[in-house]
Design a protein around this ligand. Structure first.
Ligand SMILES: [Zn+2]
Length: 344
């Protein structure tokens, strides 16, 4: 079986080679733009005129006659840039992209040799037509461990990772601060790592009127930083005198928040909940958030009204709340209040 495999090498060209590369990339950009302009002119004159690679490629020798400097550029990359234009038009007509645009200097300057190149891996070099052999600068895996170059490359990778981590931290902090400042009580799903990707959360004001959907949150960032997100919420709520309650995630996405019916069939799509029993229709995340909030209120009522707590813990599901309440309450000023009876 034949397998196509792409490899990327970072080349280490010398000064003359760098200048030649810039020149060739410029020539390719020029040919691409000239061909696009020519195509547009033809189309304006006759709006049935279709793009044809052959027609345009046949103009190349003529353009080279007119412009001496074009002759210096290798022919194949010039043809390849016309191929790129052809692909741009094909994608445009297939409604995958916008109409082809003129290329600007400095925006992904490139050119392509479709053949006649060689790779010599044991010598770390690549052969390109017009250039000859050029060295390339290998990745960490190829470097001798603990050598100076290995350390440099390692430092670069570490830097990149810490940049990504900082972006994530920053987003988490902004999000948790906003939520904490606007809500006295926050109810979250007590997510396990295995179902972290579900990430359905509910936030609420103390009175519970405004169940907020987590719109505007960067979901992918939160998915990866779920535990950090929760920790930040907890300590920020502690600072501000609010609280965080974690409730079990069971059935929050399948239960109808209107009539309480639990059914897999309530979720015909990922985005929507349609209750099979009462016909209630709503956004699935919003529905889950309402359920989480309701569960949070049940827990809250449990704790404040100790006399009633036995009723709440009689059911299996609510017994589970009781266990987790301790975690939620541990952030409050009086952590002992009401916990013992619930745990009993
Ligand atoms: Zn219902």
């Amino acid at each position: 079986m034949k397998r196509l495999q792409a490899y990327k090498f970072e080349l280490m060209p010398n000064g003359a080679q760098v200048r030649a590369m810039r020149q060739y990339a410029g020539a390719c950009r020029f040919v691409y733009n000239k061909a696009l302009a020519w195509q547009n002119e033809q189309y304006q004159a006759d709006n049935t005129f279709k793009f044809s690679y052959t027609k345009i490629a046949n103009l190349l020798p003529q353009w080279k006659e007119e412009l001496d400097w074009l002759k210096d550029a290798p022919s194949q990359p010039l043809q390849q840039s016309l191929k790129n234009l052809e692909a741009s038009f094909r994608h445009f007509f297939a409604k995958r992209t916008d109409f082809p645009r003129f290329k600007k200097k400095g925006q992904s300057d490139s050119f392509r040799f479709p053949q006649d190149f060689q790779v010599e891996q044991h010598n770390n070099r690549v052969f390109l037509p017009k250039f000859g052999w050029i060295r390339y600068q290998c990745a960490l895996s190829h470097k001798v461990k603990f050598s100076n170059n290995w350390k440099k490359q390692k430092a670069r990778i570490t830097q990149l990772h810490s940049t990504i981590a900082n972006i994530r931290k920053d987003t988490l902090h902004k999000t948790t601060t906003t939520i904490s400042q606007n809500h006295a009580m926050i109810v979250i799903e007590d997510l396990q790592i295995s179902n972290m990707s579900k990430s359905a959360k509910g936030t609420a004001t103390e009175k519970g009127r405004n169940v907020r959907q987590k719109s505007g949150l960067n979901r992918s960032i939160l998915d990866q930083g779920w535990f950090e997100f929760r920790q930040q919420l907890e300590y920020k709520q502690q600072w501000l005198g609010g609280e965080v309650l974690a409730v079990p995630a069971h059935y929050t996405s399948q239960r109808c928040s209107c009539c309480g019916t639990v059914s897999k069939d309530n979720r015909q799509s990922q985005a929507k909940l349609t209750c099979v029993s009462c016909g209630y229709e709503t956004n699935a995340d919003l529905n889950a958030a309402k359920n989480i909030l309701a569960a949070g209120h049940a827990v809250s009522a449990c704790l404040t009204d100790v006399a009633d707590s036995s009723a709440y813990i009689s059911g299996d599901a609510l017994y589970g709340y009781g266990e987790r309440v301790q975690q939620g309450r541990s952030v409050k000023q009086e952590p002992t209040e009401g916990i013992a009876p619930v745990m009993a």
